[in-house]
Design a protein around this ligand. Sequence first.
Ligand SMILES: Cc1cc2nc3c(=O)[nH]c(=O)nc-3n(C[C@H](O)[C@H](O)[C@H](O)COP(=O)(O)OP(=O)(O)OC[C@H]3O[C@@H](n4cnc5c(N)ncnc54)[C@H](O)[C@@H]3O)c2cc1C
Length: 403
Amino acid sequence: MAVATPYTEKTDEQKAICEMVRQFADEQIIPNAEHYDHEDSFPEPIVEQMKELGLFGVTIPEEFGGMGLDLTTYAMIVEELSRGWISISGIVNTHFIGSYLLMKFGTDEQKQRFLPKMATGEVRAAFSLSEPECGSDVQAIKTAAKKVDGGDYEINGSKMWVTNGLLSSVVFVLVKTDPSAEPKYKGMTCFIAEKEPGVSENTGKFAGFTVPPKIKKLGYKGVESTELVFDGYRCPADNILAGEQAGLGQGFVQMMDALEVGRVNVAARGVGIAQRALELALRYSQERRTFGRPIAQHQAIQFKLADMATQVEAARLLTMRAARLKDAGERSEVEAGMAKLFASEAGRFCVEESFRIHGGYGYSKEYEIERLYRDAPLLLIGEGTSEIQRMVIGRKLLQQHKI
Ligand SMILES: Cc1cc2nc3c(=O)[nH]c(=O)nc-3n(C[C@H](O)[C@H](O)[C@H](O)COP(=O)(O)OP(=O)(O)OC[C@H]3O[C@@H](n4cnc5c(N)ncnc54)[C@H](O)[C@@H]3O)c2cc1C
């Protein structure tokens, strides 16, 4: 059962795209998610169809073969994909962040080289900040790059939790190029590290880039999360985002900019999973009977439904507001942080309430809510935990209201 969402805030183009993606989710993603989740296998046929629909190039300009749409429309699409299965949106999400980095900071040569193939999905991108010993504290990363004879940079170190880690061909990776820099963020650079997709031990010009076996996870299955090990991997200076002259030492600032759109992206995923949890609860509560009537007729259950629907709507509005601010060229650090915080928590809340409404059956793998219950917690962590969002929002508030 699909719950009608208010389309009043959508343009005709946005309505048409969202309806197309919703139909794709209803027909191709939801009926197949259980299989791929259970096997923890990559949903190749679904991804091939997403390529045909152009979903890898939503925000890439038309001159590079993409759809040239804005962040707001992208967020609407992500909501629909995540309503189907958050792993499916995960496959395009870090790819989208990579294309954002290229569009905003890439040299003309870098854009020409990567964006057309990224728009079709032929080249998939990953985005890598986290390391085994740090995630929230990005400035504590240890992976480092040093210039060597011939002008290349040699990268050494380990990255952790890289979505699309194995199947990507390019990884936007943050490393230290000046470990003694103070403040630390000035010594960090973003490299576009290339490799063979699907290959664990890279050789030839990509030698020294290893992808260990995928990490076994609670949920968010199907899409691979991996470690990346760089051991003497040589990256040409031309692969520094924005070029060597302009990009050296700019990596932290570039990545933090990208995280702003990344947070809108995760917020949209929170809305999508919350929406689906609500739909499942609305259906189940009208089918299941206790004490002679459908459980939906018990006020306690109606209150749960009311709270869920309110959270979904509020999360969607915050997400759209953050996306629209960014599209208008305004800073949206606080708004993106609020949207990410609220929508990811709304996702967890709605999934748990829907799970409770399903009673014992919520614990059964026969019911979709069981998968959502394992998937939802990821959104509390990726692109900065709820604690980190509160830190970002709180710090900005105090700057804005300094006495
Ligand atoms: C499935 C999955 C996919 C991911 N994909 C990617 C990816 O593609 N690319 C990538 O770079 N990363 C990725 N990540 C990593 C993710 O961004 C980090 O896990 C996240 O930023 C948190 O870092 P951490 O795990 O090191 O936790 P830590 O930073 O060690 O934090 C541990 C706990 O302490 C809290 N905490 C930390 N500092 C403070 C503080 N100052 N005040 C209060 N509380 C604090 C945190 O909120 C958390 O509760 C992924 C993670 C997962 C689980």
